[in-house]
Structures are given as structure tokens and as C-alpha cells.
Design a protein around this ligand. Structure first.
Ligand code: SF4
Length: 230
């Protein structure tokens, strides 16, 4: 299966009844500011080239961000912070991400989420997380030849990496699992991707100063080093 085929199949998935109902009801109701826009209202596939050396793993699309625009981290404040940082790091051709046709292109970087549909309160259930996991595993399998480092945005993504790691690379995850932290680094072996922790780019973290642009710059500088891009 090609990455394009995988993206198409993901965007047609209806495996989680609660999330299908939620994403579609948000798309039908809309936020007042976006009343005139047609919401995507479907699962949001990954974004970025198939020969990425660096991957960014998030939690799930935002109800009025990715679920509206159809592109991950696109059209909300989290994305504003993330893509500005990727642009400063030389991994994105522009600092903004507003719609699927805005001309944004990533270099050496693929972004995806552990759960592909927007969940109520940004909280997927464990069952939804596990139902969606095979999409992530297939995507990692496809970019495996070049993938060198995964930046996990938050503890949920950090935890979601290990089943993918074990499934795709056939290695047992470390036990006990390395704890998530901002700047935490987990390396199992030289022939598997390093996992680098970063606080999530949520407004809760960026508005309060828990995650600053300088901290993000440091994470992406480290990620580029680990990916052999520095
Ligand atoms: S969360 Fe994942 S598995 Fe569930 S419906 Fe969406 S794409 Fe399918």
C-alpha cells in the first residue's frame, strides 16, 4: 500500500461509533467563526513526505482545527505554534498552516496523530486508542526506511509510540517504559528510531508559558541532530 492509499483509507474509516458521531456533529453544528466553511468532519490522515526522517506524533485532531480543515494541526492555535517552530527549524516552507490548499510543504518531516478522529474533550477512550492504533502502525511501516526520530507531543503520544514500535520493529519496548518528560529521550537500539518527548503544543501549555518557542526550538534542534539533518 502506498502512503497516498493509506491516507485515503484512513479518511474513510468509521470504526469508532462515538468518534464518528462526534466528528460529524461538530462538522454539522460548526463554530460561529467558521459558519460559512464546509468542515472536513472525517478522520485526519498524516501530512508530510513519505521519506521523512523525523516524525511528529500528536494525540488527535482538534474539533475545529484538523476536523474542520482536513489537515493535522491546521487551522488552530496549536498548529500556529507548531508550524512556526517547524519553519524556524527549516522543516516547513512557511510558518502558517490555515487550510489544505495553503501551499504548506514539510521537509523531511511527517506529522500524524495516535487517534485520527477528533474526540470529545480531546480524550479518546482506551478502546478508541487501540482501535485506531493499526493506522499508525501502517504509517510507520511505510516511512520506516527513512525514519530516525519520533517527537512525541505529550504523554498520550509517548505511550502510543511503544505499541507501534513493537509492532513495526519487532522489538520489545523497554520495561519499565521510560517516563515521558519534556526533552526525555528513549533509544532502544541504533537501528530503531529515537523517541524524543516534548510538551504538547496545546493552548493550555503555550498560553501558560509551560511550553515556550525557545523550548520548541531546542527540541527540534535535537530532533534534527538525531535524524541526521543538522
Ligand atoms: S479514531 Fe481511528 S479507528 Fe476510530 S473511526 Fe477514527 S480513524 Fe477510524
Amino acid at each position: 500500500m502506498t502512503l497516498a492509499e493509506l491516507d485515503r483509507r484512513i479518511s474513510e474509516c468509521r470504526a469508532c461509533p462515538r468518534l464518528v458521531a462526534w466528528r460529524e456533529s461538530v462538522a454539522a453544528t460548526r463554530r460561529a467563526a467558521f459558519r460559512d466553511q464546509e468542515y472536513w468532519g472525517r478522520p485526519v490522515p498524516g501530512f508530510g513526505p513519505g521519506d521523512a526522517r523525523l516524525a511528529i506524533l500528536g494525540l488527535a485532531p482538534a474539533a475545529h482545527g484538523g476536523n474542520r480543515t482536513g489537515r493535522i494541526f491546521t487551522g488552530d492555535r496549536s498548529g500556529d505554534v507548531l508550524f512556526a517552530a517547524l519553519h524556524r527549524a527549516g522543516l516547513a516552507n512557511q510558518p502558517t498552516s490555515v487550510s489544505r490548499d495553503d501551499g504548506l510543504a514539510l521537509r523531511d518531516t511527517r506529522i500524524f496523530a495516535a487517534v485520527r478522529c477528533a474526540p470529545p474533550d480531546n480524550k479518546p477512550t482506551p478502546e478508541e486508542r487501540d482501535t485506531c492504533a493499526p493506522w499508525l502502525h501502517r504509517e510507520v511501516e511505510l516511512i520506516r526506511p527513512t525514519l530516525r526520530v519520533v517527537v512525541a507531543l505529550g504523554a498520550f503520544a509517548w505511550a502510543a509510540w511503544w505499541p507501534a514500535f513493537s509492532r513495526v520493529y519487532g522489538h520489545r519496548p523497554p520495561s519499565p517504559r521510560p517516563p515521558f518528560g519534556h526533552g526525555a529521550l528513549a533509544r532502544v537500539s541504533d537501528d530503531t528510531p529515537a523517541l524524543l518527548g516534548c510538551y504538547h503544543v496545546s493552548q493550555q501549555n503555550t498560553f501558560t508559558g509551560r511550553l515556550t518557542p525557545t523550548m520548541l526550538d531546542a527540541v527540534f534542534a535535537r530532533a534534527k541532530e538525531l535524524a541526521g539533518l543538522a
